[in-house]
Design a protein around this ligand. Structure first.
Ligand SMILES: Cc1ncc(COP(=O)(O)O)c(C=O)c1O
Length: 441
């Protein structure tokens, strides 16, 4: 496939019929930005039931790291399906879970000093981290960030502070969590400028929060995304995590890096924390880990993962099919895809910066590898947010066969498969620019 092909009004007649049935039977809590029905997909290309073809820059919300239906991943799943579908890794042993744990432990650090808990999703990985942090430290308080997204189960939701609709009517949530401002330098919460700020957002934790309202020695963990995802693809300054981690260590607080979105090669490194030179005590993974099969993993240093048998488990976690898909995914990431993410990320960034020079409404372009955010503003001086333009851009792109998603209030998130080619980046840049200009016609 070389270019999107839109041959019906969108949605086409078949897609429309399916969307009508969906409206009757599927939960209305889901957020569909536009009426895309997916029939089949390969690499970055998606076909709908009416024969329309789209270029996918969402990868199913940063999940299909190896592209849709990568033949090696599909083959691994098929082979495993012939052999064993399920036996519950919490009660019995089987090779895919054992070998994946061994591989992940090696990826977490050179000394392989981590152990792995398996669940089915990002939220489950976070729940596991949340429970382990309490279990290990016997402390009740936790710290997380405004803008963060950690999932929607009650524990993960309690740590989340992204959009109020996600929390409305669900209180009371888990108590003892304090949210603090993230290092969002484009809109510094302290109205300071990097680097003269001295990373004031981290100092504030120790100099204000720990002195006035939260006893540091009662805090179990700091939950933090290396790069904030759902909150707007926000990249903190390079010293942010190291400074925060240092404070955490001084007070015996565990550093939980939520790599659910940023991990598994998306930023050009297996873990995004590598860009910041920090080795967290606990790491959560999901999304890209198994190229689309449900899998979540929580890695913790062995001395921290000292909970007893029966203290946490999941029937389906570490399912053999998901584990095989993950092993195949990791092989592809290590062989070529992380490197491709770096190269194509640079191409994408350069192209976006070029477009930024021609339009006033792109306030900020930021990211690492293939985790890139484009923030739209009404005015570059005032930085007034432009959520309506962002939403219009997404609709315009859809009509032209380019699939985009938003994040934060006014940011476009670019999270294509790590298999993306130079040509596909060019196609994206073309349609993106056209869709942007169309807002002002
Ligand atoms: C950083 C982060 N953590 C956790 C989650 C929750 O993952 P899931 O939707 O698989 O439960 C997400 C999902 O977007 C995420 O981006």
């Amino acid at each position: 496939m070389e270019y999107p092909k839109i041959q019906t009004a969108l949605p086409g007649p078949r897609a429309k019929k399916l969307i009508d049935i969906d409206g009757h039977y599927v939960s209305p809590s889901y957020t569909r930005a536009y009426p895309l029905v997916v029939e089949s997909a390969k690499g970055l290309w998606i076909r709908d039931p009416d024969g329309n073809v789209f270029l996918d820059f969402t990868a199913g919300i940063a999940v299909c790291a190896t592209g849709h239906c990568h033949p090696k991943v599909v083959e691994a799943i098929k082979q495993q399906a012939d052999q064993l579908l399920h036996m519950s890794g919490t009660d019995f042993y089987y090779t895919p879970q054992i070998f994946l744990a061994q591989k992940l432990a090696a990826l977490m650090s050179a000394d392989s000093g981590y152990q792995i808990y398996f669940g089915n999703s990002g939220a489950e990985a976070i729940e596991a981290a949340f429970k382990l942090a309490r279990w290990h430290t016997r402390r009740e308080l936790n710290i997380a960030f405004f803008g963060s997204f950690h999932g929607r189960t009650m524990g993960a939701l309690s740590l989340t502070a992204s959009k109020v609709v996600q929390k409305k009517h669900y209180n009371p949530l888990v108590p003892g969590i304090t949210h603090i401002p993230y290092a969002y330098c484009y809109r510094c919460p302290y109205h300071l400028c990097y680097p003269t700020c001295g990373i004031a957002c981290v100092q504030w934790l120790e100099e204000t929060l720990f002195r006035t309202s939260i006893p540091a020695e009662e805090v179990a963990a700091i939950f933090v995304e290396p790069i904030q995802g759902e909150g707007g693809y926000i990249v903190p300054p390079v010293e942010f995590h190291a400074k925060l981690h240092k404070i955490a260590r001084e007070y015996g607080i565990l550093y939980v890096a939520d790599e659910v979105q940023s991990g598994m090669g998306r930023t050009g490194e297996m873990l995004a924390m590598k860009h910041f030179g920090v080795q967290p005590e606990i790491i959560t993974l999901a999304k890209g880990i198994a190229s689309g099969l449900p899998l979540g993993a929580m890695a913790a240093r062995s001395e921290i993962m000292n909970w007893e048998a029966g203290s946490h488990a999941s029937t389906f976690g570490g399912n053999p099919l998901s584990c095989q898909a993950a092993l195949a995914t990791i092989e592809l990431l290590e062989k070529e895809l992380m490197q491709n993410a770096r190269k194509r990320g640079e191409q994408l960034m350069a192209g976006l910066h070029k477009i930024q020079k021609t339009v006033e409404c792109i306030g900020d372009v930021r990211g690492k590898g293939l985790m890139i955010g484009v923030e739209l503003v009404k005015d570059r001086e005032t930085k007034e947010r432009a959520p309506d333009w962002r939403n219009q851009l997404i609709q315009n792109a859809f009509q032209k066969g380019l699939l985009l998603l938003g994040c934060g209030e006014n940011t476009i998130r670019l999270s294509p498969a790590l298999t993306i080619s130079r040509k596909e980046v060019d196609v994206f840049l073309n349609i993106f620019q056209e869709s942007l200009l169309e807002i002002f016609k």
